[in-house]
Design a binder for this molecule. Structure first.
Ligand SMILES: *Cc1c(COP(=O)(O)O)cnc(C)c1O
Length: 372
């Protein structure tokens, strides 16, 4: 299937132009396309972008204009949303454990929906805002996802029942269910088992006199890095079928992060040194684990274009800092004749890149530029 990818002419121009330091380029046409495709593939599911995945204000603005909603996890993400003009009532606070200060700020701003996965958090939010509406995060299978997210959060059977009973006891408006399939999830079964569990919990809620109003399918929808992944259309069809029979009172949403932004981004960077050590080719770049390529140490590998042509060999690819964990790939295919000053274009770099960059060791944060 043909799909808009990052503007190839611009990519070629940037690789050839005078170099002014590493930059993350984001293509608005791709961002818009991904929102549209998500909505077409899952017409009954409203996308709320996970702000943590790329909090650049221009990226958020573009997604907002393309019709995406948002999911937040912190006071600063709330602030970004308010500056963008997104009504607080349309935001979902999906961080399962929040400080009292963070909750208080969200309440003052007008956020209505809060996730919980334990009784303590339900009581914490309910005490600050008795009218709050809650969605319960269930523990679900994260098998087959690149980054499992079910270890840190998610109520099991026993905890979920305790949250339900606590809500009934204090009169809290527990009205939704959520789960997270795991990030870069290629197994549609993770969503299907989450939806099946949600249906069971909705039944239990109805039996106890609570009316389910929200099903939040979480994030995890995959982007295409250096290998093929199931398309959103394929995942969407199976998810759509599984959603049949949901009570009409239930609003269905999801929290795509990576899917909406990863392929819209390209990272322009430069080779600052090369050498051979123990027979192995080493290349050092001006970006690495700490200032743009954090996910390279969580199992992601990237397709990379170079300003230099020619046959390729496997390189160990490292970042510019003095930390030994700043190694992005052990066997990155790059031109054999690669040398200092050559420029590289890292594809699919729009997710968790600038979002996770630090100034460690004195290297600058990754500037973000938009086109399209
Ligand atoms: C990180 C996160 C997401 C986005 O996950 P992706 O894998 O980037 O789609 C969605 N919801 C919650 C609660 C998250 O923590």
């Amino acid at each position: 299937m043909s799909r808009p990818l990052f503007n190839a002419d611009l990519r070629a121009q940037l690789l050839a132009a005078p170099y002014t330091g590493p930059q993350l380029w984001m293509d608005r046409a791709v961002l818009r396309d991904r929102v549209l495709r998500f909505r077409r593939a899952l017409p009954a599911v409203y996308p709320h972008f996970a702000v943590k995945c790329n909090p650049d204000p221009q990226v958020l603005q573009c997604l907002h204009e393309a019709g995406a909603g948002f999911e937040i996890a912190s006071p600063d993400e709330l602030k970004l949303m308010l500056e963008l003009g997104v009504p607080a009532a349309e935001l979902y606070y999906s961080n399962p454990v929040k400080s009292r200060e963070a909750i208080a700020q969200a309440v003052v701003a007008g956020v209505q929906w809060y996730v919980v996965d334990c009784v303590e958090e339900l009581h914490k939010v309910h005490a600050l805002y008795p009218q709050a509406s809650f969605y319960l995060r269930l523990h679900t299978d994260n098998q087959g996802s690149q980054v499992a997210l079910s270890g840190k959060f998610g109520a099991g059977e026993v905890e979920a029942e305790a949250v339900l009973q606590a809500a009934l006891a204090c009169g809290a408006d527990l009205a939704g269910i959520t789960f997270h399939a795991g990030s870069q999830c290629c197994r549609v079964e993770n969503w299907l088992s989450g939806i099946a569990a949600a249906k069971q919990w909705f039944q239990r809620m109805l039996e106890r006199g609570l009316t389910p109003r929200l099903l939040n399918l979480g994030g995890g929808f995959p982007a295409e890095y250096d290998s093929v992944v199931p398309s959103i259309e394929t995942l969407g069809q199976a998810i759509h079928d599984a959603l049949q029979g949901m009570p009409a009172s239930v609003r269905i949403m999801a929290e795509p992060g990576r899917y909406l932004v990863a392929e819209a981004g390209g990272l322009l960077c430069q080779v600052i040194g090369t050498t051979r050590r123990g027979g192995q080719r080493w290349v050092y770049l001006d970006v690495g684990v700490f200032n743009g390529l954090l996910e390279s140490i969580t199992g992601f590998s990237y397709a990379i274009d170079a300003s230099r042509e020619g046959p390729r060999a496997a390189w160990t690819m490292a970042g510019p800092t003095c930390d030994s964990m700043d190694i992005c790939a052990e066997a990155q295919p790059l031109p054999v004749t690669l040398q200092e000053g050559d420029r590289l274009w890292v594809h699919t770099a729009g997710a968790y890149s600038n979002a996770c960059a630090s100034r460690f060791n004195g290297f600058p944060l990754l500037p973000v530029r938009l086109i399209g």
